[in-house]
Design a protein around this ligand. Structure first.
Ligand code: F6P
Length: 342
């Protein structure tokens, strides 16, 4: 058998661990070959490939990023390029394609699968917003990095009796903010799933200083939004997927807080540091298991599926179910946060 593999969307710690796992499982269990397409769907559209044998994946387990390269490709280009992608796969004798990616990549994988191309999807994203899987690899690493950074901000904030706002990634889901906020003992965590009232945030800040607390740490998800009428947020328009662009909510909230409470506020935007570097051991294991089970599914002809973590097991779920909606923070998880607010 010949497996094609590509990594699409934003990079994520653990992508290389999946590539290594697919190549090793294919070669060692089945005597099969793997070919990589460079820079996500773009490499498939432009016929840019790289051979992947055991030697090529040596040392990849611990390395961040993706050795295949990645890119975001507009959905329209993919729809128009369907026949072209099918032809390139046929030219390379690819029996099954294993795309590794987030919402955009898996939606494209589903489209290909519906068009009759044999596909087994692997979910990845630091945002943890893919439905039908308990977790995605990359999330644990991002939360660990954000937690360490927030731990460090506590000491500088208390030395100056300041409010420190930390903006974390997560797109339209608040998972990174929620988990890093809990892990690092934040006093306030703002997520997209629950629009915030800036006056309430001001009251929390004032109350903490009035009762003698030394500082305030607020974790702000990049997708957090104010309740209508409580604070104007710059409008960044929408991206090629029709998603709202983020425009630095933490910094804008910081200015408002300083103006309304008179306290000193500083803002830290963690940005791409959350996606960089080596994956945690948890993510290495999850990525390795995803690669193993995707390769088994490919050899068993279980196409149109995505590997998923359900409890402690890796299972297969229909790609169509996985991309039907984004997995956002549930009301019960939001409720847990309340005891640690203030
Ligand atoms: O989806 C992963 C992610 O890091 C999001 O958290 C973030 O909004 C986005 O990608 C950033 O994308 P880019 O790397 O294209 O700026």
């Amino acid at each position: 058998m010949r497996i094609g593999i590509l990594t699409g969307g934003g990079d994520c710690p653990g992508l290389n661990a999946v590539i290594r796992s697919v190549v090793r499982t294919a070669a060692n269990h089945y005597g099969s070959e793997v070919i990589g397409f460079r820079d996500g769907w773009r490499g498939l559209l432009e016929d840019r490939t790289t051979p992947l044998d055991i030697g090529a994946v040596d040392g990849l387990l611990t390395r961040g990023g993706t050795t295949l390269g990645s890119a975001r490709v507009a959905p329209g280009l993919l729809r128009d390029g369907l026949d072209r992608m099918r032809a390139v796969l046929a030219d390379h004798d690819v029996d099954v394609l294993v795309p590794i990616g987030g919402e955009g990549t898996l939606t494209a994988a589903h489209m290909l699968s519906e068009a009759g191309v044999p596909v087994v999807g692997v979910p990845k994203t630091i945002d943890n917003d893919i439905d039908c899987t308990d977790l995605t690899f990359g999330f644990d690493t991002a939360v660990s990095i954000a937690t360490e950074m927030i731990d460090r901000l506590h000491t500088t904030a208390e030395s100056h009796q300041r409010v420190l706002l930390v903006e974390v990634m997560g797109r339209h889901a608040g998972w990174i903010a929620l988990h890093a906020g809990l892990a690092a003992g934040a006093h306030l965590t703002l997520v997209p799933e629950e629009p915030f009232d800036v006056e309430e945030v001001c009251r929390l800040v004032t109350a903490r200083f009035e009762r003698g607390d030394s500082h305030v740490i607020g974790v702000v998800a990049e997708g957090a939004t104010p309740k209508p009428g409580t604070m104007a947020l710059r409008d960044g328009g929408v991206d090629e997927y029709g998603h709202r662009r983020f425009t630095g909510v933490a910094q804008q909230l910081g200015f408002e807080l300083e103006r309304r409470t008179g306290k000193e506020v500083r803002t830290t935007v963690l940005g791409h540091v959350q996606r960089g570097g080596t994956p945690t051991s948890f993510d290495r294991v999850l990525a390795t298991r995803f690669g193993l089970h995707a390769t088994i599914a490919a050899h068993e002809g279980r196409y149109g599926q995505m590997v998923a973590l359900r409890g402690t097991d890796i299972e297969l779920v229909p790609l169509g179910d996985a991309v039907a909606r984004l997995k956002t923070v549930t009301p019960s998880r939001l409720a847990e946060r309340r005891a640690f607010t203030g």
